[in-house]
Design a protein around this ligand. Structure first.
Ligand code: TXA
Ligand code: MG
Length: 317
């Protein structure tokens, strides 16, 4: 049975104890709920893959409490340092060169010579990192291929009975996953759009990010299968109107929308609402969801990336 515990000192202590025993725990971050385990333990990390039913070539993000602790695991390049200074703690993940003597489990980086690292801003996540005194490997806490969880109830829906504990810290403020930038080589590359806008990153670096398009046959960010974040319903994107049998998720001032990501047309607000509204629409829709066009600026790029995956043909279709 999976226990849901409030995110208070008792909950944190309980979660930290489970993590130190090699168990998995779901905890909130400012982006989405993570499914955490001790990043230095192969068996603990393996439990993440099992609970999620995740393809094993998909590496995980390591969460750390401060920049200093990275030294033990990876090399922070000058570009990485600049981005860490500007955006950490926060919704940015950096892909860095793994140190050869690093204690991080090989399962975390799925055999790559790089590791993805993030320093979260969420107070509860930071407390858990401090109290457990472990680097925590954590993908989003959903079964593989399903919607990302921005509330504890989403985690419960997806992973009930498969993990011992969920810390309930309410809704996640950002609501979609971190932006992933590879700064392990000469050219900074955007591997996944997310909670920090690509434009803001480019402004700090003073140069454009290379973009890696998701490609199932040669995944650059290996987890980025195109059918991801799949709700049960069929999704129609860029819908200018709504058909009789569809449930419309609007953006901006849209009539006939049962749900609206942001009535004022704000992409940051839309990002925070995205997964919750997809979950809710999926529950009430009779098989079909239409979604209004969303501009690509600000967090719109990340939202459209997630929506494209939600709408992609499923592997068994
Ligand atoms: O906001 C987030 O990033 C959330 C919270 C829990 O921190 N985590 C999250 O993790 O979204 P996950 O596992 O769902 O997505 C991790 C992504 C995957 O697409 C994976 O392929 C990529 O990070 N990744 C991990 N390590 C990598 C590496 N060494 N090189 C390239 N991509 C990597
Ligand atoms: Mg995920």
């Amino acid at each position: 049975m999976t226990e849901i515990h409030k995110l208070d000192d008792k909950g944190i202590a309980k979660a930290a104890k489970l993590l130190r025993k090699g168990e998995t725990v779901s905890f909130p971050t400012e982006t989405v709920y993570g499914l955490g385990a001790d990043a230095t333990s192969d068996t603990a990390v393996a439990k993440i893959y099992t609970a999620k039913g995740r393809p094993s070539f998909n590496p995980l993000i390591v969460h750390v409490p401060n920049i200093k602790s990275i030294e033990r695991y990876a090399t922070l390049s000058p570009m990485g340092q600049k981005l860490a200074d500007a955006f950490w703690p926060g919704a940015l993940t950096l892909v860095l060169k793994l140190k050869s003597n690093s204690k991080i489990s090989k399962l975390v980086s799925a055999g790559l010579d790089t590791v993805a690292i993030r320093m979260p801003a969420h107070g509860g996540a930071r407390d858990l990192l401090r109290v457990s005194d472990l680097p925590i490997a954590a993908p989003s806490a959903n079964a593989s291929g399903k919607l990302s969880p921005s509330e504890a109830s989403h985690v419960k829906q997806s992973l009930d009975g498969r993990i011992p504990l969920i810390l309930d810290g309410g809704s996640c403020a950002v609501g979609l996953e971190s932006t992933i930038v590879d700064v392990s080589g000469d050219q900074p590359t955007l591997l996944r759009p997310g909670g920090v806008a690509a434009e803001s990153i480019e402004a700090i670096l003073g140069c454009k990010l290379l973009r890696s398009d998701s490609d199932d046959t040669a995944p650059k960010s290996p987890g980025m299968l195109s059918s991801h974040y799949a709700p049960v319903s069929k999704i129609r994107l860029n819908a200018e109107d709504v058909e009789d049998n569809e449930t419309l998720i609007g953006f901006g001032n849209v009539l006939d929308a049962k749900f609206n990501l942001s009535e004022s047309g704000d992409t940051t607000e839309a990002a925070a609402n995205l997964f919750r509204i997809l979950h809710e629409a999926d529950k009430v829709a009779s098989g079909k969801i239409a979604i209004s066009p969303i501009p690509n600026d600000g967090l719109g790029l990340a939202i459209n990336d997630r929506l494209k995956r939600a709408a992609a043909p499923r592997p068994n279709e």
